[in-house]
Ligand binder design. Structure first.
Ligand SMILES: [Zn+2]
Length: 228
C-alpha cells in the first residue's frame, strides 16, 4: 500500500509535479508519464485506474481497463503484481488487503461515496470472493479533515442522518463533516478491525493535491497490490 504526493514527477504549475489524474485538465502525456514513472517506482507493470464517479459500484478486475474505464469507485483483484489505483484530492483513498485470501481492493470514498457505502460494498464483494473481514488490513489515506471540511448545515444534517459519526465543526464553529470517522465506523461495522490511518489533511498539506484548497489541481493516488 502506497500513497503518492505531488513531488518527484513531471509537470508544473497547478499540476506539478506528479499529477496522476486524467480528468482534471492536465496534459494527457504528462499524466501518462507520471503514471509510468510511479508504476516503475513501485515495481508494477500494470495498474488499474477507474473512472471515479462518487458512486458505490465495485468490480472484480484481472487487468487494466485501458483508455475508457467504466464508472466505478471500487475495484479488487487476486492477480499478483496488478496495481489498483484510486485518485484523490480531498476524497479518501481506502485500501484493503486480505493476505490470507490473496485479495486486495481499493475504493474512492468522498462524501457521496461514503454516504452510499462504497467501502462496505468493497468489503462485501471481497468477502463474497473468499476474503475474511477479520483477516483484512485497511489503510484510510489522506483526506479533507473534519475541522476543514466545511459544509452547509443542511448537508451536514443529511449526511449525519445516515452516518452520525460524520458530525463535525470547523475551528470557527461552523458545520463540517468528518468523513474519516464515518469510514472508520463503516469498516468496524463490516468487521474490519485492523485499520491504519494516514491522517494528513489534504487541505492543510501543501505536498498533496487538494481540490478544496486550489480548485485547479491534480490528483495523488493510493496504490495497493499483491506482491507477485
Ligand atoms: Zn484539515
Amino acid at each position: 500500500m502506497r500513497i503518492t504526493d505531488r513531488h518527484g514527477g513531471v509537470g508544473s504549475g497547478p499540476y506539478g509535479s506528479r499529477n496522476l489524474g486524467g480528468m482534471c485538465g492536465d496534459d494527457p502525456e504528462t499524466v501518462a508519464a507520471n503514471r509510468a514513472l510511479t508504476a516503475a517506482e513501485f515495481g508494477l507493470e500494470r495498474v488499474v485506474f477507474m473512472r471515479q464517479v462518487h458512486g458505490a459500484d465495485v468490480r472484480y478486475v484481472k487487468e487494466p481497463f485501458g483508455d475508457d474505464p467504466p464508472p466505478l469507485d471500487g475495484v479488487f483483484t487476486d492477480v499478483p503484481g496488478l496495481g489498483l489505483a484510486v485518485l484523490c484530492a480531498d476524497c479518501a483513498p481506502v485500501l484493503l488487503a486480505d493476505p490470507g485470501a490473496g485479495l486486495v481492493g481499493a475504493a474512492h470514498s468522498g462524501r457521496a461515496g461514503t454516504v452510499l457505502g462504497v467501502v462496505p460494498a468493497l468489503v462485501r464483494e471481497m468477502t463474497a470472493r473468499g476474503a475474511d473481514p477479520a483477516g483484512m488490513t485497511a489503510l484510510i489515506g489522506p483526506m479533507a479533515c473534519g475541522t476543514c471540511y466545511e459544509v452547509p448545515a443542511e448537508l451536514r444534517a443529511q449526511v449525519t442522518a445516515v452516518l452520525p459519526e460524520a458530525w463535525s465543526i470547523t475551528r470557527e464553529d461552523t458545520p463540517a463533516l468528518d468523513l474519516r470517522a464515518a469510514i472508520t465506523s463503516q469498516l468496524a461495522g463490516a468487521g474490519v478491525r485492523d485499520v491504519t490511518h494516514d491522517t494528513r489533511c489534504t487541505i492543510e498539506t501543501p505536498g498533496l493535491f487538494s481540490y478544496r484548497r486550489e480548485r485547479r489541481t491534480g490528483r495523488f493516488a493510493g496504490y495497493v497490490w499483491l506482491e507477485g
